[in-house]
Design a protein around this ligand. Structure first.
Ligand SMILES: NC(=O)c1ccc[n+]([C@@H]2O[C@H](COP(=O)([O-])OP(=O)(O)OC[C@H]3O[C@@H](n4cnc5c(N)ncnc54)[C@H](OP(=O)(O)O)[C@@H]3O)[C@@H](O)[C@H]2O)c1
Length: 250
């Protein structure tokens, strides 16, 4: 059935692949991102390629008016109706050393990746629960599974997002709302440019993440590691005894 999905952070590498996959399945889209120009171009492109309706929406997670107004703005883009689903796909990741030296980077990491996300998800969760249906997909990260010295500012923001999504799924389990926590490992996008070799077997392509997300929506899965083997990698990392873990340079 043709439904409307709001994608927050629609200019991200992962979000673009999810948008294409949803459009290929005939769904309408609201593409929300910081650059009004870029989301308008993407919307026009997807409309032309897939014969769907795609609406652009300016959204900056550091702007309180955008964060608090996004539900109303999305409804306005959707003829006054709530969209069927929301995909939260924006985020920032500063190099850990930069974030340690400049606490503004740390504050932005927590606010963009978690503070704004929590307020947006709460608003849609409550509205969907009242309607009795809806899909919430939050792109968190395996970095939130255990604090590592090399990336714990970003990791902490994602750990908070993971717990928020998991808790929301628990609270809304009987309300007809499906909440999915997506936990990617490395993905070849601008965020990991120069950090990981995009050809490495540990690095997924955004299209693979998008396939896993669509499958998760279809099968109403709660938690999804993508690529799937990150589940087992993170199980090992989480269970390493503290004394052993502290001797690693992860
Ligand atoms: N790539 C990975 O290896 C990986 C792994 C695990 C999880 N993730 C998560 O996946 C999600 C998508 O990331 P990506 O890999 O696709 O990276 P990306 O291409 O660098 O995308 C990051 C996105 O976040 C947006 N953004 C940053 N600050 C924002 C703000 N204040 N307001 C609104 N949007 C903002 C960016 O918008 P602009 O285009 O305007 O800059 C961009 O669309 C993120 O949550 C990331 O943490 C990525």
């Amino acid at each position: 059935m043709r439904q409307t999905y709001l994608i927050l952070g629609a200019t991200s590498g992962i979000a673009k692949a999810i948008a294409r996959a949803l459009a290929r399945h005939g769904h309408d889209l609201i593409l929300a991102g910081r650059s009004a120009e870029e989301v308008a171009l993407s919307a026009a492109d997807l409309e032309a390629r897939f014969q769907i309706r795609a609406r652009p929406l300016e959204f900056d997670a550091t702007r309180a008016d955008h964060v608090l107004g996004v539900l109303a703005a999305a409804m306005e883009c959707n003829d006054g109706d709530l969209p069927e689903g929301v995909v939260l796909a924006y985020g920032v990741m500063f190099p850990q050393s930069e974030s340690e030296a400049n606490l503004e980077c740390l504050a932005q990491t927590i606010e963009v990746n978690f503070g704004s996300a929590a307020r947006v998800l709460q608003a849609f969760g409550s509205a969907f629960a009242q309607r009795g249906s809806g899909v919430i997909v939050g792109i968190s990260s395996v970095a939130g599974d255990r604090g590592r010295g090399s990336n714990y500012h970003y990791g902490a923001s994602k750990a908070a997002l993971t717990v928020f999504l998991d808790g929301m799924r628990h609270r809304l389990r009987a309300s007809g709302v499906h909440v999915c926590t997506v936990l990617p490992g490395f993905v070849a996008t601008p965020m990991t440019y120069g950090i990981v070799d995009p050809a490495s077997p540990l690095c997924a392509q955004p299209e693979q993440v998008a396939r896993d997300v669509l499958k998760a929506i279809d099968r109403k899965r709660g938690r999804v590691y993508t690529i799937w083997w990150w589940r087992w990698i993170m199980t090992v990392i989480r269970h390493l005894p503290e004394a052993v873990f502290l001797r690693t340079n992860l």
